[in-house]
Design a protein around this ligand. Sequence first.
Ligand SMILES: Cc1cc2nc3c(=O)[nH]c(=O)nc-3n(C[C@H](O)[C@H](O)[C@H](O)COP(=O)(O)O)c2cc1C
Length: 344
Amino acid sequence: MKHQDYNFCVAPMMDWTDRHCRRFHRLLSGKARLYTEMITPGALLHGDAVRHLEQHPLDGPVALQLGGSEPEALAQAAQLGARFGYAEINLNCGCPSERVQRGAFGACLMREAERVADCFEAVSTAVDLPVTVKHRLGLGRNSSLELVCTFVERLVRAGCRVFIVHARNAWLEGLSPKDNRDVPPLRHADVHRLASNFPQSRFVINGGLTDHLSACVAVQRLDGVMIGRAAYRTPAMLAAVDRLWFGEECQTKAAARPSGSASESLNPLLHALEGYRNYMQKELQRGTSLGAMTRPLLGVFQGFRGARAWRQDLSCAQALRAGDLGVFDQAVERFLTVQRTEAT
Ligand SMILES: Cc1cc2nc3c(=O)[nH]c(=O)nc-3n(C[C@H](O)[C@H](O)[C@H](O)COP(=O)(O)O)c2cc1C
């Protein structure tokens, strides 16, 4: 039987997939696999590990993504992650930023399969968790699969079984990290070609998947999909994940079927928001900033009338600074009033 645990994943995203965002995503989907932002071993071993690693007891399964190239430091950081209850350690071999290149990790590691294999072995020995690798299809403008095949082949020999592939090359010169997510051409077919060379390994496809239908088309014969920006632009997508990707319905048919009425698609969102309100209330008592917690909610009503007002209401810096949940309650009320008016 096909393993289900990687069917649908939410990507590691710096400054987005923090513990608040993951709490909200988990309330929308009980089964999606969630990833932390990339964290360096240094930040965990010499910084405030609790702040970085603390997670809600009901958030699992969450993978901890580490960015580094020192086997021993990665192994120690992974052990900390295991102690904090993470379900997987993911090694970042796809980040193109200059800061990360200066630290000799991220996408530039695709040229250093031996080193990544050493890191993989050190981490796998240190923790009893799946260790996975997230990488690109190649580097620069060369669209040959030679580099990525050599990279994956070496990691397969080291024991790696799961590869998450951002279906683009990383251009290490002249492009910002943001442009590196858009400018290098998206090549889903090459992820399928890569995977066909390694039938014993599992491949998760990432890049440019914006809805369930595009994800269903992309996943054929692979082991799962990972969405990045769609998770914050249209988080409502996550509310259908358990049914479409982990339920008994055929994925393609289910995704192709028109969704139900507006109120049917709204109810799970309102339910998740209710749970998240309880979470925010508890966190406010611990001194957490309200603005940090409302950020993952901004896109939740994307596509509904009233979505813009919702975003504006939840972006009022002054009200958020005061830490008053009334801002959230009023935003919900205003949004629901728009829905009621529309229904009459
Ligand atoms: C704001 C932002 C931050 C990101 N941070 C990370 C990161 O920490 N680690 C990582 O492997 N990828 C990171 N990525 C890349 C995403 O994980 C993903 O590979 C990329 O956005 C392509 O997927 P998408 O087209 O579904 O967004 C980031 C992407 C965004 C938009």
